[in-house]
Design a protein around this ligand. Structure first.
Ligand code: NAD
Ligand code: UFG
Length: 345
């Protein structure tokens, strides 16, 4: 019988792509999302993409009663936990909201899981737990360094999960530290929703290429990198989604907890990203070099061998494919759908 998975935050960017990958791997999936940062039409588009109705609950991960009801109804075998707030600058302004959703929300979920006897969880962590790392490519053994409240919530989430598995070996936990997700599903039905002015590089470049924003500000060209601009390990969101399928298979198969980076092991600078996007979109991407962004890390590149060794994870999609799929999504009909003010926070 197909194993049943609860996908919190499944209407979001990475969650929606992971939903498609989990269905392709024959899991039975229920999405839980409160649409704090997602468009309701994602659910219809997932139905269109997969040709199946989506099992879906509109709820908040901090709502224990609703969560317990879902566990009683569906008897989940595992949870893939994406639901979180993720804007770094907002976390500096409103730290309590971040602690509440990302930490209290996680604890609430774990309590409900424990009571329901479901003790398998895949947790979305981030390269941000490394702060400014001493070593690049950065191995999983690098120390925790919180740069902001958001980063602190990911460190705390990992520590909570590690202490839980140490206290009770019935828990199986997969901690996945994502580097920089980019691109969209090839169907152009789902992607990163870029309606607000984006903070992140790829959606910002996409909007400049589409003519919706005038120019990209390149935050500093005096870093100790080949062209002086910031370097990141961009990973295609569909590769990232497959990492979750492998992580779940490991937890539900031999019950082995694991902690891995999910990245390609290759870095690209801001200016390389601009060139790649210009090639993919055949549009100009005007840019201007400005001051460094406060709190920015010069280089984030993953040591990617542990995920391959433990999970058999290997990325398949290159930078050109990330840019081409992003452009297909941005230029398509769905990326700028407006759900109305009450539907997106
Ligand atoms: P996203 O905002 O697109 O998705 C998160 C989803 O969670 C959204 O659909 C949102 O509506 C939902 N959500 C938020 N608060 C909720 C709550 N209280 N109850 C129920 N649902 C709630 O973000 P994403 O980029 O898909 O990120 C998914 C996860 O990956 C997050 O945990 C994020 O911190 C982590 N992560 C993201 C990146 C990145 O660059 N995108 C990098 C590293 C880690
Ligand atoms: N950048 C610009 N101009 C922009 C936006 C970004 O030059 O308008 C540069 C940044 O300075 C950086 C690079 O592009 O050098 C990537 O920046 P992003 O904001 O896209 O990504 P970050 O790596 O800074 O942060 C993201 C998430 C974090 C997460 C981290 C993991 O926002 O939450 O990836 O690597 F922790």
């Amino acid at each position: 019988m197909a194993e049943k998975i609860l996908l919190t935050g499944g209407a979001g960017y990475i969650g929606s792509h992971t939903y498609v990958a989990l269905l392709a791997a024959s899991y039975e999936v229920t999405i839980l999302d409160n649409f704090q940062n997602a468009n309701r039409s994602v659910i219809d588009r997932l139905e269109q993409l997969t040709g199946q109705p989506v099992s879906f609950a509109e709820a908040d991960i901090r709502d224990a009663t609703t969560l317990a009801g879902l566990f009683a109804e569906y008897q989940f075998d595992a949870v893939v936990h994406f639901a979180a707030l993720k804007a770094v600058s907002e976390s500096v302004e409103r730290p309590l909201d971040y602690f509440d959703v990302n930490i209290s929300g996680l604890i609430n979920l774990l309590r409900v899981m424990d009571a329901a006897g479901c003790r398998n969880i895949v947790f979305s962590s981030s390269a941000t737990v490394y702060g400014v790392p001493d070593e690049t490519p950065t191995p999983e053994t690098a120390e925790f360094r919180a740069m902001n409240p958001y980063g602190q919530t990911k460190i705390s989430g990992e520590q909570i999960l590690n202490q839980l598995t140490a206290a009770d070996d019935r828990w199986n936990v997969g901690i996945l530290r994502y580097f920089n997700p980019a691109g969209a599903h090839d169907s152009a039905l789902i992607g990163e929703d870029p309606r607000d002015i984006p903070n992140n590089l790829m959606p910002f470049i996409a909007k400049v290429a589409a003519g919706e924003l005038e120019e990209l500000q390149v935050f500093g060209d005096d870093y100790d990198t080949p062209d002086g601009t910031g370097v990141r390990d961009y990973i295609h969101v569909d590769d990232l989604a497959k990492g979750h399928v492998l992580s779940l298979a490991a937890l539900l198969g031999d019950g082995q907890s694991h902690l891995v980076n999910l990245g390609t092991g290759e870095g690209h600078s801001v200016l390389e990203m601009v060139s790649a996007y210009k090639r993919a979109s055949n549009r100009d991407v005007p840019y201007r070099i400005t001051e460094r962004r406060a709190g920015d890390v010069p280089v984030y590149v993953a040591r990617a061998d542990k995920a391959e060794e433990i999970l058999g994870f290997k990325t398949e999609r290159n930078l050109d494919e990330m840019c081409a799929s992003s452009w297909k999504w941005i230029a398509g009909p769905h990326s700028s759908e407006d759900p109305g003010p009450e539907e997106k926070g």
